[in-house]
Design a protein around this ligand. Structure first.
Ligand code: GRF
Length: 201
């Protein structure tokens, strides 16, 4: 696989920044062809601009259906000849239109040890449930939410004093280290899918 990433964001973009930094350091052998946000003014867009990466804003509200929005995303990703799509805090559920266009070539990062605590507010769910370990997961995206084959995970302890915010901060540190590593593994063809298992060769 060649090495052009498309990064989809909705907000802060700290994972985008971690990817940019890993590229800059030479730890991730890739380029970002485009950063697309579905939210205009998302802080992550400024991070991309600062790194001279092309950006686009495509608001889901401008499209009549999830599929129509995904067609527009697809068109923009193709325009930049993107090989691998990285969801980095992208707060939209993808339709089969996009998932099937990039089979096993869409990654997501989720702030829990999947399959625990899918969906929104994973860190709040973890604290409320009283788990002693949580963490983050990078997985390939399939047609179900937070579900596809797991590429890498990193665990953190949940302390008695933790609230959603302190746990999120500790997990986020792990996210920033984990995501570039997982991207590199996929780009190097080292992630072999066997059923729902992703074996690292
Ligand atoms: C991260 O916690 C990520 O795991 C989740 O959304 C958050 C995005 O944060 N999917 P950021 O925009 O990358 O800072």
């Amino acid at each position: 696989m060649s090495r052009t990433l498309g990064v989809l964001i909705s907000g802060r973009g700290s994972n985008l920044q971690a990817i940019l930094d890993a590229i800059e350091r030479g730890d991730l052998d890739a380029r970002i062809g485009v950063v697309i946000s579905n939210v205009s003014g998302a802080a992550g867009l400024a991070r991309a601009e600062k790194a001279s990466v092309p950006t686009a804003v495509l608001s889901h509200q401008d499209y009549g259906s999830r599929e129509a929005f995904d067609e527009a995303l697809l068109e923009r990703l193709d325009e930049s000849e993107v090989d691998l799509v990285c969801l980095a805090g992208f707060m939209r559920i993808l339709s089969p239109v996009l998932v099937r266009a990039f089979p096993n070539r869409i990654l997501n990062i989720h702030p829990s040890l999947l399959p625990a605590f899918t969906g929104l507010h994973a860190q709040r769910q973890a604290v409320a449930h009283g788990v002693k370990l949580s963490g983050c997961t990078v997985h390939l995206v399939d047609e179900e939410l937070d579900h596809g084959p797991i590429v890498l995970q990193s665990a953190v302890h949940v302390d008695d004093q933790d609230d959603e915010d302190t746990l999120a901060a500790r997990i986020l540190e792990q996210e920033h280290a984990l995501y570039p590593k997982a991207i590199q593994l996929v780009l190097d063809g080292r992630v072999v899918i066997e059923g729902r298992r992703a074996r690292i060769s």
